[in-house]
Design a protein around this ligand. Structure first.
Ligand SMILES: N[C@@H](CCC(=O)N[C@@H](CS)C(=O)NCC(=O)O)C(=O)O
Length: 207
């Protein structure tokens, strides 16, 4: 059985959603990052980077970094069809994931949630947060053009790209309440009604 280390409402919500969608056995272990549990010796022994998500596999080895975990899960469970079969499709899916994690999350939402990481001057926090909102909003215009009216991020079935978009859109639509393009909001609303989404948000105490 896999173990997912997650923090409620953190980016791990996307990995939690993915594991639940896959229907593979896993247990979810909560890490309280507000109280600094990510720095506890026990968690640091799992991930010295002190971040969630972390996936612990059956042999005790761990994978960190959202794109790597998602990629490994897709490749380890080919029957779940979480990556397209062709190289073009696989590349497009990875392109969406990287944009969601590296730009929307790390460049955009990090500024909104953790402005202190970008400036030591507290009076500059509103400016940093505004820059974060602008990065996120501009990025969702790209996502809007990429997904169009598609039911999924790429192609006609759920892929690991949907798990990445699930968490950044969860933050945009439910945590920060930003205006995102209509098709992105509609896409997220469809993902949000999936039983896996309902279940994991309930487990994380977010409903
Ligand atoms: N690049 C990492 C980002 C992981 C990350 O930033 N996780 C945040 C939660 S969204 C975290 O664990 N933060 C704890 C901290 O910064 O102390 C990934 O793709 O998994």
């Amino acid at each position: 059985m896999y173990t997912l280390y997650y923090a409620p409402a953190a980016c791990s919500v996307g990995m939690h959603f993915l594991l639940e969608e896959m229907g593979v056995p896993y247990r979810a272990v909560r890490i309280n990052i507000r109280e600094g549990e990510q720095f506890s010796p026990e968690f640091v022994s799992k991930n010295p980077k002190s971040k969630v998500p972390v996936l612990e596999r059956e042999d005790g080895t761990v994978i960190t970094e959202f794109p790597a975990i998602a990629y490994w899960l897709a490749k380890a469970h080919p029957d779940k069809n979480l990556l397209p079969e062709d190289i073009e499709g696989q590349t497009r899916v990875l392109e969406i994931i990287d944009f969601a994690v590296s730009t929307i999350h790390m460049q955009g939402f990090s500024r909104i949630f953790r402005p202190a990481k970008f400036t030591a001057r507290e009076e500059d926090h509103p400016l940093v947060q505004q820059t974060g909102r602008e990065i996120v909003q501009k990025a969702f215009e790209r996502i809007s053009a990429t997904i169009g009216d598609g039911k999924f991020a790429y192609g006609d079935r759920l892929t690991i790209a949907d798990a990445a978009l699930f968490y950044v859109l969860f933050w945009a639509c439910e945590r920060v309440k930003l205006d995102v393009p209509q098709n992105c909001a509609a896409y997220f609303a469809r993902l949000r009604t999936r039983p896996a989404a309902e279940h994991i948000l309930q487990v994380e105490g977010l409903t």
